[in-house]
Design a protein around this ligand. Structure first.
Ligand SMILES: [Zn+2]
Length: 262
């Protein structure tokens, strides 16, 4: 039986919130013993605010994987999913990982999508006007290319899980279907044929990557533009209990990692 919707989302996300620093502390506590390097990047003009990231597997990895979450502060399951994957040591050890569990700590602390200055960080990857995006990119610019980049999100309006896969013109294969096949064993899929104005089929939106198609680049555009062959934005429906959404996003991440094998 699929879990019931909570009915808390009206005009926006109305469900449970988290304190990102409390949750991050749980991952930081165990990170070192599980081989993770944890770094804290201060935001230059924002005293007391920092971005945390975790890295592991630098020596002879089979593949290099980037995952971020919490870029929208009203999507707490994305941050929790990534923190718990670290804390519970659930990620395949043969890959190199760079993980940013909470890209918008100021927004997450107050449960709002944007930063307190009103910036949607996931529209700032071309012009890079925000401290958060500039700080993130300064730390990873020398690390490209990645083989896979996953961006964890939630959608307060969605009826089920879906994902958005960018396809490069020369890109080999799609892995979106394989991920959704696995997620569908646990979560309802979004069955709408149009999601956010884009054609969708069984929870999958695919679009060819065209860097000139928009000026408000989301994070996925930046990674695709830097040569990451697989860039996927995973969206959990946020009108369900937090623990379910966390689990569904984790299933999506682990299914994506499995797809790298095949
Ligand atoms: Zn989002």
């Amino acid at each position: 039986m699929p879990p019931n919707r909570l009915g808390l989302n009206h005009e926006g996300y109305g469900g449970a919130r988290i304190d990102p620093s409390t949750e991050l502390a749980k991952a930081i506590k165990v990170a070192h013993q599980q081989g993770w390097i944890h770094r804290r990047l201060p935001l230059p003009s924002l005293p007391g605010i920092a971005l945390d990231y975790f890295e592991r597997g630098l020596t002879a990895p089979k593949a290099s994987v980037f995952i971020s979450a919490g870029i929208h502060g009203d999507e707490p399951a994305s941050t929790l999913a990534l923190i718990q994957l670290i804390a519970d040591d659930l990620l395949n050890k043969s890959y190199h990982y760079v993980l940013f569990p909470c890209l918008n700590p100021r927004g997450m602390s107050v449960g709002q999508r944007q930063t307190p200055d009103g910036a949607d960080l996931n529209r700032d990857y071309l012009h890079q006007l925000t401290e958060e995006v500039r700080t993130q990119l300064a730390s990873i610019d020398s690390m490209h290319p990645f083989d896979l980049a996953l961006f964890l999100h939630e959608d307060w309006e969605a009826n089920g899980f879906y994902l958005y896969e960018l396809l490069d013109k020369e890109s080999q294969s799609s892995i979106g279907d394989g991920i959704l096949n696995e997620v569908a064993r646990h979560a309802p899929l979004e069955m709408a044929t149009v999601i956010d104005g884009r054609e969708a089929s069984n929870g999958l939106i695919q679009a060819p990557f065209d860097p000139c198609s928009r000026h408000d680049w989301p994070e996925a555009f930046y990674f695709m533009n830097r040569g990451t062959p697989h860039c996927l934005t995973l969206e959990a429906p946020s009108d369900f209990e937090l623990k379910h959404r966390v689990h569904w996003l984790q299933v999506g991440v682990r299914a994506a990692l499995e797809q790298l094998h095949t």
